[in-house]
Design a protein. Sequence first.
Length: 757
Amino acid sequence: MNYSGIVGHVLDGKYSIEKLLGKGGMGSVYLATHIGTARPVAVKVITPEFMRRAEFVERFRREAKAAGRLRHPNVVDVTDFGFSTNEAGESAAYLVMEYLDGCTLGEVLDEEKQLPISFSIDILEQVCSAVEEAHKQGIIHRDLKPDNIWLEPNQRGGYTVKVLDFGIAKLEEMGQDSSAQEPAEISDPNEKGGSPGNETVVISEDAETFVDPRASTRALEGETIAHNDGAKTIASEVGTMIQEGNPSSLKPIIDSEGGTAILEPDPSEQAGSEKGTRVISHGSSTTGGSLLNSPTTSNLTRVGAVLGTPLYMSPEQCRGDKLTNRSDIYSLAVIAYQMLSGNLPFSGDYLEVMEGHKNEVPPPLIAKKAPKRLKEIVMQSLAKDPKDRPETAEAFASKMRANSEGLGILLRRALVIYSEKLPKLLQLTFLTFLPLIVWTALKVGFGLAVGFGIGASDSVLGVVSVLFEIVHFFLSIITSAFLVGMMTWVVAQYLAFPLRPISLRPAFKEVRKRAKTLSLTVGLSTILSFIGYAFCFIPGIFLSARWMLIAPSIMMEDIGGKAGFKRSVELTKRSFRTVFATAVLVYVIPLIMGISIGGFIVLANTSFVQTLRVTEMKEKMAKMKKEGVKAQPELKNDKKDSDLNVSIGPKGVSVDTESDSGAKDSPEITSRTRKFGAVTQAISQFILLPLIIILASFTSVITALIYFKTRQAGGESMQDLLGKLDRTDEPQSKWQARVRERLIQSGKVSGTGSRLT
């Protein structure tokens, strides 16, 4: 079996090679079938000529180790790594991965150029999820680009992202001090893969690169192969460029796979630094130790080496500096820039691109449909200083998602949650409003009693009526605060565990702990907002918007009242337009609805009084006609010249009709009017109350989503909230406990942290 034509053969006795899928600089990828399971797999086989170069074998081994360490739905699943020997004694390393349908993001961008915002955010979120998991495992990818992002169609009409190619990833050994120096390992010149005095392999995080001016020196600095100026450039996978020293004579070499550049740092930038390239005399002594026989180390990616694809490399990556997780975030921002605008921040040959990344300000992101804040997040993530970028890939994704959504998307999401969980949400609202419902019933009963003439003096009734209104006002505030707090808890539970049945008991348990703080803080903020409404309507809405997230903050973050005010202001600043529009929706609509119903009551009572008066006038006129008494003109015109005085007092709704002559309504009309007003007021309350319950349950879902949106806009993680939910929601079934135990055993979660059930 010749490794250049292995289609139709069995590799290593396990994989039946069926067809070639693709070919790169250092190997080929084949569709194969695992004989033992009949499962289709993708097998990457390194070409025999590269087997003589230990660093490429080590890169293969590293890719297997990096991907094998990650168990994540958005990372390609690597299932095997090994060496195969044919009849001629030739060895080849191979890497086995899951076979994926679909295409790369690079192929999509080649045709579509500019992608829709929603599609871009969905893809970026999945990529960031994979990168975040890699960073948690101590892995920096270092070669994020569209060609390494695979889009596999799923059954839901979208795409599942798979991040590929961890071949040049930087692996930090778990528990290992990455800053610790390790001795350089230099291969024996007589080992396979070199000739005496012809090449030197150096592996060290902090070691210098030693270059023999008369020979082709091979310095293993994270796949870096350093040659003298006359040496031939070696092509490797994804268009690898390799050059030693000052790359001023470098010519652009980009193949169809995206062009990964591996360069030595510019000596001019390394003057006086131990990271530079130093020329030593030929014949210097070396010590043995073949790379193929040495353990895998993180030193493959030494400081001073330049690895990656220049179009997507971070400034520190271009300089060959030591990298942190934020280098990958810069690459993610370049991908986002390209997806949204159809262009790259920097273009040209390799030197121009790398110089742009290092020293030039990227052109403004031009994307017509992208919100201004979204473009600002992308540009912020392209900062030259890593400290100015988002701290984590998760924070970058959260900011992108939060700043891509306006009120319309928020309302649609609220409608989805509301429709899916309507019975539970109405149950929560009803139980929370139960004290208010009882008090409203008492208030209506009191109004009916007064309207039908059962009661004490007007002064006593007035005092009692005022007390009813005051208690009703503050009870409305407190129950609304409790509802928003508990609804935020329930929505968090839904977002974290969408398939788990919603439990209301933990929410009630938590709100009891914070009842006093919620009541006092929200009560004070409401009174201050009402003062703003009284002086001028707009300041009232402004204050309501600024303090809209007090209840969710206190409930979810367990903070005090003063901190709740500050936290709400901090959150609302991040997306104030959306918050202000939501405040108008949440506060103004109920206010308009209340005014409308109040106006209906007044009009109904006015119409009723007019009807009674006309009826009474007709009866009087008929009686006078029967008795032969001529009607008085002022009586005929009494209706025309009368004034209506409508008031809602301690005895309910009253309508006084007084003519120009000062005549009052008859006691019968007054009595019937008072009774009618009491009945209409009772009916309106019982109509209004269900509407309030429905509206309050929906608007509280919107408020909860606003809270999570503003957290995301600041790049804040949801993990602390998920941990809080887990601690208050113990497993309800044996299977949940077993799943949790297995996750703890696998190290996926800690004994006290979040769990997946």
